[in-house]
Design a protein around this ligand. Structure first.
Ligand SMILES: Cc1cc2nc3c(=O)[nH]c(=O)nc-3n(C[C@H](O)[C@H](O)[C@H](O)COP(=O)(O)OP(=O)(O)OC[C@H]3O[C@@H](n4cnc5c(N)ncnc54)[C@H](O)[C@@H]3O)c2cc1C
Length: 455
């Protein structure tokens, strides 16, 4: 085997498929292994129940996915996926106020999560050197005798209860939040990564509805952010045209700290009524539901700091939720996965062997930017435990002012959406021009913020 004979991807969900695409040009074979069905599957998979719930793709994620799969945005658009401008085709509501609806030149690719995964899997599995191995449990890693190099993985075929060792020059763990790499590292005598966690107690409830075409004009949907003053959030988004000319919409309701939306239809509607956008309740009250309500509990955000480890075996990398699993309401997971896949592609582009240290260093700034957004947002809730440094308190209070002022100012809407979309780092909100505009609005235009709003 040459050093570029086989790459083995553990997990064939979004992050695993992105990794396969990134590596297909550099390895003779890319083998993607998953315990779930993959081949010919469409729609919801058992292993990824989160796919039922509304998934946004950040603007930076759309750019990264387009870089990985050139032309994919147009393909999705041709298949009926709503595509528009992040600023002018979405209705953003924060602290009960609508942000200015203004074009900011960033693309909103409004794929439901199942559609994104199906489209990406179709593209990846069409590559001649990519093979999907389904219904196969990953049991552990194999290494050289001195344990300094990972040489493959031990798997268990569900169909015939057969164990097998799959050898590889590179193993990429994309098994999601439940990744067992920390445990496997310990068993191999390595230090596992330190893990940062914030218990956010997030709950989702979601249902699809049939709605009249043109319900929101040209707009794709509402994104109602949760804040301490308005803690219940929602995403109402157009998904696709139905054969009878009506539209299929998704409504996800969500809130932190245990205030979970219920799964019974009456309770779900009541909860929808409590979201600070009466139009959402009005839209779903009499709409025809297309399925049952499903709920999801997301107890804690987590970031495993692989970049800080001083010893790590060669031939092993990680991608996606297995490294960082941020708060779903900020819609960052798929974007971080796509950005990490680009980093992976860069790592193998020079012909050498991927270096874990360089790879983890390359993906850390993006994760850090996302994590900063998480902390600034989540630690505003007094019920959520975490270290509130003076810097974080000031940043949270300032971002709250930017959000309020953005209701009156196109430039601030753009600055905020660029940072929320991970196109600009959060620090960009502190540029002098943005600062002065925010200050001007908070003194001249805005009434004083309530205590809850500045928290
Ligand atoms: C409610 C909710 C809403 C979300 N909303 C958004 C959003 O709006 N925008 C966004 O970008 N992100 C969102 N996310 C996050 C997003 O779903 C993930 O970040 C993203 O899909 C990347 O996941 P992944 O591929 O790393 O892991 P997963 O999707 O969890 O996939 C892991 C895969 O590994 C396989 N696997 C695991 N262990 C084994 C094993 N031992 N053997 C074999 N196979 C195994 C599983 O079968 C699965 O296919 C949301 C998450 C949740 C929970």
């Amino acid at each position: 085997m040459s050093a570029r004979d086989r790459a083995l991807i553990l997990g064939g969900s979004i992050a695993g498929l992105f990794a396969a695409q990134a590596l297909a040009g550099a390895y003779r074979e890319v083998l993607v292994v998953d315990r779930d069905a993959l081949i010919g599957t469409t729609g919801l998979r058992r292993a990824t129940p989160q796919s039922f719930h509304a998934h946004g793709l950040l603007a930076r994620g759309q750019q990264a996915i387009e870089e990985l799969f050139p032309g994919i945005t147009d393909e999705f658009a041709a298949d009926g996926v709503p595509v528009g401008d992040v600023g002018s085709d979405l209705r953003w509501v924060i602290n009960g106020r609508r942000l200015r609806q203004t074009s900011i030149g960033l693309t909103c690719l409004a794929t439901p999560r199942t559609v994104l995964e199906d489209g990406v899997r179709t593209r990846v599995s069409a590559l001649p050197n990519v093979r999907l191995l389904e219904h196969c449990d990953i049991v552990g890693l194999t290494t050289t005798a001195d344990r300094r190099r990972v040489t493959g993985a031990q798997v268990f075929h569900q169909a015939d209860a057969r164990s097998e060792v799959l050898t590889a020059d590179l193993v990429v763990d994309a098994t999601g939040r439940g990744s067992r790499t920390p445990l496997w590292l310990s068993e191999l005598g390595y230090q596992p990564p330190a893990e940062e966690r914030v218990k956010i107690g997030l709950g989702y409830a979601t249902r699809n509805f049939r709605m009249p075409a043109g319900l929101l004009g040209k707009d794709i949907g509402y994104i109602v952010a949760q804040t301490p003053s308005h803690p219940r959030g929602a995403v109402l988004a157009r998904e696709r045209r139905l054969p009878d000319g009506s539209d299929r919409y998704v409504l996800s309701l969500n809130a932190h700290a245990g205030d979970h939306p219920p799964a019974d239809p009456a309770g779900f509607l009541e909860y929808a009524r409590s979201v600070p956008v009466p139009e959402i309740y009005a839209a779903v009250r009499d709409a025809e539901p297309l399925n049952d309500i499903q709920t999801y509990r997301f107890p804690a955000t987590q970031w495993r700091h692989y970049e800080k480890l001083t010893a790590f075996p060669a031939g092993l990398l990680l991608i996606g939720d297995s490294v960082a699993s941020p708060n779903p309401v900020y819609a960052q997971g798929n974007t971080l996965s796509a950005l990490a896949a680009l980093a992976l592609r860069t790592q193998v582009a020079d012909g050498g062997e991927p270096d874990p240290r360089r790879y983890f260093a390359a993906i850390t700034p993006n994760i850090q930017a996302a994590w900063d957004v998480n902390l600034a947002g989540d630690l505003r809730y007094p019920e959520i435990e975490g270290r509130r440094t003076p810097k974080l308190r000031i940043a949270s209070a300032y971002i709250n002012k930017v959000q309020r002022a953005a209701a009156h100012d196109d430039a601030l809407t753009e600055a905020f959406l660029r940072a929320a979309g991970l196109v600009d780092p959060p620090q960009a909100l502190f540029k002098l021009g943005t600062l002065l505009r925010t200050l001007r609005h908070s003194v001249l235009t805005e009434p004083r913020a309530t205590q809850a709003e500045v928290r």
